[in-house]
Design a protein. Structure first.
Length: 171
């Protein structure tokens, strides 16, 4: 069984190290034993096989996390301002302004409340673009103290760390 914060998985492998089952009831039925079940020594490549499955699981979790971030629901107002900020960013030469745009984009990409969403929709309806849009977003950012949101966001694992809770070799 492997565990990464928020993700757990059982694996049953065949003798070649291929995953046979991930279904918990089937795996538990396959490894069911009592005190009369004889024990065996672990085969030579057991640790390598376990580490290979651990690596596969970590890659799968990274993929799931990336997919979840990508599929995060953005409102119509958010999509508009993010699209316009990307266009504005292409024409900026000042590195300080570029870093400010990145901060604003990160803040507005996250979860926002209804009041901010309403203000973004007003910006969209009024056709704000470029520097004018950026100035309005900076004002909203400070008005709603969004800088505190970035600092208090929940930590995410940049590198998932799988933990092997148990590995067994069966005959």
């Amino acid at each position: 069984m492997q565990y990464i914060k928020g993700y757990q998985q059982l694996f049953l492998l065949d003798n070649e190290g291929n995953i046979v089952f991930r279904d918990i009831p089937r795996i538990l039925g396959a490894i069911k034993a009592d005190c009369t079940t004889p024990t065996l020594t672990v085969f030579k490549g057991h640790n390598y096989t376990v580490m290979h499955v651990k690596f596969q699981f970590a890659e799968e979790v990274k993929h799931r996390q990336a997919e979840r971030e990508f599929n995060q629901r953005l409102t119509q107002g958010q999509r508009y301002i993010l699209r316009e900020l990307r266009r504005f960013f292409q024409f900026i030469t000042d590195e300080k302004v570029k870093s400010e745009v990145n901060i604003i984009e990160k803040a507005f990409r996250g979860s926002i409340n209804q009041v901010i969403n309403r203000e973004l929709n007003i910006l969209r309806r009024n056709g704000f673009i470029g520097q004018e849009l950026f100035n309005q977003l900076v004002q909203i950012y400070h008005q709603h103290n969004m800088q505190g949101w970035l600092n208090n966001s929940l930590p995410t694992l940049s590198e998932p760390i799988p933990i092997i809770i148990c590995s067994e070799a069966l005959e």
